[in-house]
Design a protein. Structure first.
Length: 248
């Protein structure tokens, strides 16, 4: 009997024991069956939600790996931002997200030049001991569900070959490049104040010009517009014209 079969047997046994205890207490059998059915559907809904959250994590791995691995393809900025948004949603939906999510996000931020966010995520991976999976000894339900699916994929990689390939590629990059990416990111952050200072200095040295920028129609000569006549003259002309026409 596999692990899944053992878990199912244990759950059925627990339900039988609970039903028997409620029957001994004197609760009607119909009420016991009703609450058992309600509890079953609640449990299935919670399990389905956990599976969907885990699926979002693995989908993020696949998308992030495609962007980070294939450097010859020209990705649009909005495509990378969409993948980053999915990764950020994973971080905010779990109390203890997998460390690989942090690395993938840090590498994606580094690829688009967002060095502040890249430094935050990569520093967590390189310098925080809690980023080591061995230190996750009190997991949340979401992390347990994620680990269960991950081990199943590792045992049977043919069931999800793209997911397994993405995980292995990201883990290899995390092991070999996380420290290098963090160092490069911090070097860019050190250059940032210098570049801003140089840019501000150039702006100060530029003479202030009040010369108007010529427009596309600056060479077209436009006649000077005469000021409109006073309203009294306009009314007088109208009435005079009306009187002339009436006499005719």
């Amino acid at each position: 009997m596999g692990n899944k079969g053992k878990e199912t047997f244990q759950r059925i046994l627990a339900v039988i024991i609970i039903v028997a205890m409620l029957g001994v207490i004197g609760i009607p059998f119909s009420v016991v069956i009703f609450f058992a059915i309600v509890a079953y559907f609640i449990w299935r809904a919670v399990q389905k939600t956990e599976l969907q959250e885990s699926a979002h994590i693995f989908e993020f791995y696949i998308s992030a790996n495609e962007i980070l691995r294939d450097e010859e393809r020209r990705w649009f900025g909005f495509e990378i931002n969409e993948v980053i948004s999915r990764g950020e949603r994973v971080l905010h939906s779990m109390t203890d997200p997998p460390p690989l999510v942090y690395f993938a996000l840090g590498a994606l931020y580094h690829s688009i030049g967002n060095h502040d966010s890249a430094e935050k995520h990569l520093a967590y991976i390189v310098e925080n001991d809690f980023s080591n999976e061995r230190h996750r000894i009190m997991p949340s339900r979401e992390l347990k569900s994620y680990a269960h699916i991950l081990r199943k994929i590792e045992r049977e990689p043919t069931e999800a070959p793209m997911t397994m390939a993405a995980i292995r590629s990201l883990e290899r990059a995390r092991r070999l490049r996380a420290t290098v990416l963090l160092e490069k990111t911090r070097e860019e952050l050190k250059k940032k104040p210098m570049l801003e200072e140089a840019s501000n200095g150039n702006k100060k040295d530029e003479p202030v010009s009040f010369k108007e920028t010529p427009s596309l129609f600056s060479n077209v000569s436009t006649p000077a517009l005469a000021p409109p006549p006073p309203i009294a003259e306009v009314l007088r002309d109208v009435y005079d014209d009306g009187e002339v026409k009436s006499k005719k």
